[in-house]
Design a protein around this ligand. Structure first.
Ligand SMILES: Cc1cc2nc3c(=O)[nH]c(=O)nc-3n(C[C@H](O)[C@H](O)[C@H](O)COP(=O)(O)O)c2cc1C
Length: 197
C-alpha cells in the first residue's frame, strides 16, 4: 500500500480536492484525509456537502482506502515521521495554512503532518489559491519552498483547448498527482507542436 495525505483547507477550489481524491481512488493506494473547519465550510459552499465523508466527497464508488482523521488530533498516525507516508497535498491550500507551513506551525493535524513531510524530506505539495497575492503570501511561498515544499498555484493552462470546467480542473489536479508520482491517464500532457522554420 502507498500512503498519501490529502488535506482540505478553507480556500476556494473544493472541486480540485474532489478530483485529486478521485485520482487517488485506486486499489493499491491509501489516503489519509484531513479537513480543516474552514475546509468543511468550503465543501458545503462549493460542493453542497454537509459532511466530508469519503463516499460523498469522491462522488464515485470507493475503490481505495480512505481514512478520515480529525483536524485537532495531533496524535494521529500522520503526525509522526515514523509513519510511512509517501507524500502530502494540501488542496486547496489557504494563505493561512501556507503561512503555518512556512513558519513551522503545528497546532493542528494538517500543519503538523506538513511539518513532518518537511522534516522527513518527503513530498509536500501546496495547491495554493488566492488572488491577488500579498507580499506576505509571496514571502511565505519563498519560505515554504526553501523548506522543501512545492507551491503549485491553482492556475490551469489553456494550451490544451479546455472545453469544460472539468478539463481545467483535470489539468491542475493531474499535475498534482504527477508531483506525487501517482499514475493518471487523464489527457493533460502537452504532446508538443513543432513549428519548423
Ligand atoms: C467562501 C470562502 C472562500 C474563501 N476563499 C479563500 C481563498 O481562495 N484563499 C484563501 O487563502 N482563503 C480563503 N478563504 C478564507 C479562509 O477560509 C480563512 O482564512 C480560514 O481561516 C482558513 O483556515 P484553514 O487554513 O484552517 O482552512 C475563504 C473563505 C470563505 C468563507
Amino acid at each position: 500500500m502507498r500512503n498519501f495525505i490529502v488535506a482540505i483547507t478553507g480556500a476556494s477550489g473544493a472541486i480540485y480536492a474532489r478530483r485529486i481524491l478521485q485520482g487517488l481512488n485506486q486499489p493499491a493506494l491509501r489516503t489519509y484525509l484531513i479537513v480543516s473547519p474552514a475546509g468543511r465550510r468550503l465543501l458545503h459552499e462549493e460542493l453542497g456537502l454537509e459532511q466530508p465523508v469519503p463516499e460523498r466527497l469522491l462522488d464515485e464508488p470507493v475503490r481505495s482506502e480512505i481514512i478520515p482523521l480529525a483536524y485537532h488530533d495531533i496524535g494521529a498516525c500522520v503526525a509522526s515521521g515514523s509513519f510511512p507516508s509517501e507524500g502530502m497535498v494540501i488542496a486547496p491550500c489557504s494563505s493561512s495554512k501556507l503561512a503555518q507551513v512556512a513558519h513551522g506551525g503545528a497546532d493542528n493535524l494538517i500543519a503538523r503532518a506538513a511539518q513532518v513531510m518537511l522534516k522527513e524530506r518527503r513530498r509536500l505539495v501546496l495547491l495554493h489559491r488566492e488572488m491577488p497575492l500579498s507580499l506576505v503570501d509571496v514571502r511565505n511561498m519563498v519560505a515554504a519552498t526553501e523548506a522543501g515544499a512545492i507551491i503549485c498555484p491553482a492556475s490551469p493552462g489553456f494550451y490544451l483547448q479546455p472545453r469544460t470546467i472539468g478539463d481545467l480542473v483535470d489539468m491542475v489536479a493531474g499535475r498534482v498527482l504527477g508531483l506525487l508520482a501517482v499514475p493518471c491517464d487523464w489527457k493533460i500532457q502537452w504532446a508538443g507542436a513543432d513549428r519548423r522554420s
